[in-house]
Write a protein that binds this ligand. Structure first.
Ligand code: SF4
Length: 480
């Protein structure tokens, strides 16, 4: 989301006449796009701010107008502390106030500390075409909604990013078409809760048939929404724009996976067969305390249903260890859930309590830090074992890989990702453009290559790296 927010803020600033530099000493304005989801993310920004403030003092003579700004969730959460107590920043803009950046900066130049952290019920930046800035230019994030209504008891997002609202379908389609024209090969639809997407814009409000899209056994803390265009409508339309453009989405909530969405993922060859399914815990008791709206059993039923409709699908997840009241037994249930499901990627964190949340007001952060850490390490280790099994099963298979660029390990190797989002590393070589033609071409980022997986090894991370042999696919349809 922060990458996407940066692209939106940058588009607004570009229109106001600002140009971008990647060299800090050249900058007249330094803006940090921030995250409040965990204590550690905020600490990183505090350190960065102190470093920047020291730099500003040192540069006072030759750069008297240097301005420092904080955008996003930390601006929303810590306005007074940032602006009035610590006096570390000149400009603050919350996630719904990026349109106001040019005005805030101009106030900053007049010597005022300026801020706008108002949250909106409508702002989706639908008419702002983001300035996409992926290094290789072949993949892009497209924001489809903002905010969240779920109010999970540990989560600060509903307080920093506001209520859930979806960007109109027409504006999403326009952006995806533009990206396709620019040669982008992979789009990730982005939001806090992408699969609860509902476009209520005027022309669609009456014609919708969707009354509910909840997965079986799941419930919400808010009244079920009615009408509007649903996530399945969006996926359907987006995936038809360019059949050679891969479609991914993140982050979904398990509650919004009705069969229509799953069947569409199965049917469309360009919608990746990889689903992020944040579980957070394997214990129904802890899930209840987290206010996730499902039990372990309902989650496992959903996994079974997904695997029935999309055989071979890759699943990834998020987990929190040491949430309020989590016992050893609860922790063991989480480990057993990870073993039972077999994810190939995981985002695993020790719980850190955030002010304003339901847990902060009502629950006790009673799991000692060393216990949280130990449970996290155990979870990582089980995750790695299971991910290794999932990825090792690819040995001997042929995978369609979208090339990202040079591998970090060697300039003699390239890397990319398969449909299931597994990283693949293979030798850099020229290939015949078509099997029957002798003309050889180098493989470049944005190409699709067919890769025979013949070797797998552990990376430092949870995923595996593959060393492979391959052929170049001019028309990806041949490779699906
Ligand atoms: S679904 Fe829960 S965890 Fe995710 S953003 Fe919303 S409140 Fe936070």
């Amino acid at each position: 989301m922060n990458i996407s927010d940066t692209e939106i803020a940058w588009s607004i600033l570009q229109k106001a006449g600002y140009s971008r530099t990647h060299e800090l000493p050249e900058a007249d304005v330094v803006l940090l796009v921030t995250c409040s989801i965990r204590e550690k993310a905020e600490q990183t920004i505090w350190n960065r701010l102190k470093h920047l403030t020291a730099l500003k003092k040192r540069c006072q003579k030759h750069k008297p107008l240097l301005k420092i700004g904080v955008l996003g969730c930390m601006a929303e959460r810590l306005k007074t502390k940032l602006l009035e107590q610590e006096k570390l920043v000149d400009v603050l803009a919350g996630p719904d106030a990026y349109r106001d950046l040019p005005r805030l900066l101009s106030l900053g130049y007049r010597g005022q500390r300026a801020s706008n952290v108002l949250l909106s019920l409508e702002e989706t930046y639908a008419d702002v075409m983001p300035v996409h800035q992926t290094p290789e230019g072949h993949s892009a994030f497209v924001s489809i909604m903002r905010g969240c209504d779920n109010m999970c008891s540990y989560c600060i997002v509903p307080f920093t990013r506001g209520r859930e609202r979806s960007r109109p379908l027409s504006s999403i389609l326009e952006e995806v078409r533009m990206l396709s024209d620019q040669g982008v090969k992979e789009v990730t639809l982005l939001g806090q809760n992408v699969n609860s997407y509902r476009d209520f814009s005027e022309q669609h409000f009456i014609c919708s048939e969707g009354s509910t899209q909840l997965s079986r056994g799941f419930k919400t803390v808010y009244r079920t929404k009615q009408g509007g265009l649903l996530f399945s409508d969006l996926l359907d339309k987006v995936s038809q724009i360019d059949p050679d453009m891969r479609i991914r989405f993140t982050s979904p909530h398990p509650k919004d996976f009705p069969d229509e969405v799953l069947q569409l993922i199965q049917e469309r060859r360009n919608i990746c067969k990889q689903i992020h399914l944040p579980a957070q815990s394997g214990s129904s008791r802890v899930l209840h305390a987290m206010r996730r709206g499902y039990t372990r059993e309902a989650y496992l039923d959903l996994v079974e249903n997904i695997r029935e409709i999309i055989p071979g699908v890759n699943l990834s997840s998020d987990f929190i260890t040491g949430f309020c009241g989590e016992t050893e037994e609860d922790h063991q249930e989480t480990l057993s859930l990870v073993r039972e499901v077999g994810y190939n990627v995981g985002f695993l964190f020790a719980y850190s309590m955030r002010k304003k949340t339901h847990a902060y007001h009502r629950l006790q952060d009673d799991v000692p830090a060393p216990v949280k850490q130990r449970r996290l390490e155990e979870l990582i280790s089980v995750f790695r074992e299971e991910a290794a099994k999932v990825n090792m099963a690819l040995i001997g298979s042929t995978q369609l890989v979208l090339v990202e660029g040079e591998s970090k390990r060697s300039s003699e190797e390239l890397c990319g990702r398969n449909d299931g989002n597994v990283k693949v590393v293979f030798p850099k070589t020229d290939l015949p453009i078509q099997p029957e033609k002798p003309q050889m071409v180098p493989i470049t980022s944005g190409d699709y290559v067919l890769v025979k997986v013949n070797y797998g090894q552990h990376d430092n991370k949870i995923e595996l790296i593959w060393l492979c042999l391959l052929s170049l696919v001019v028309n990806p349809a041949a490779g699906f």
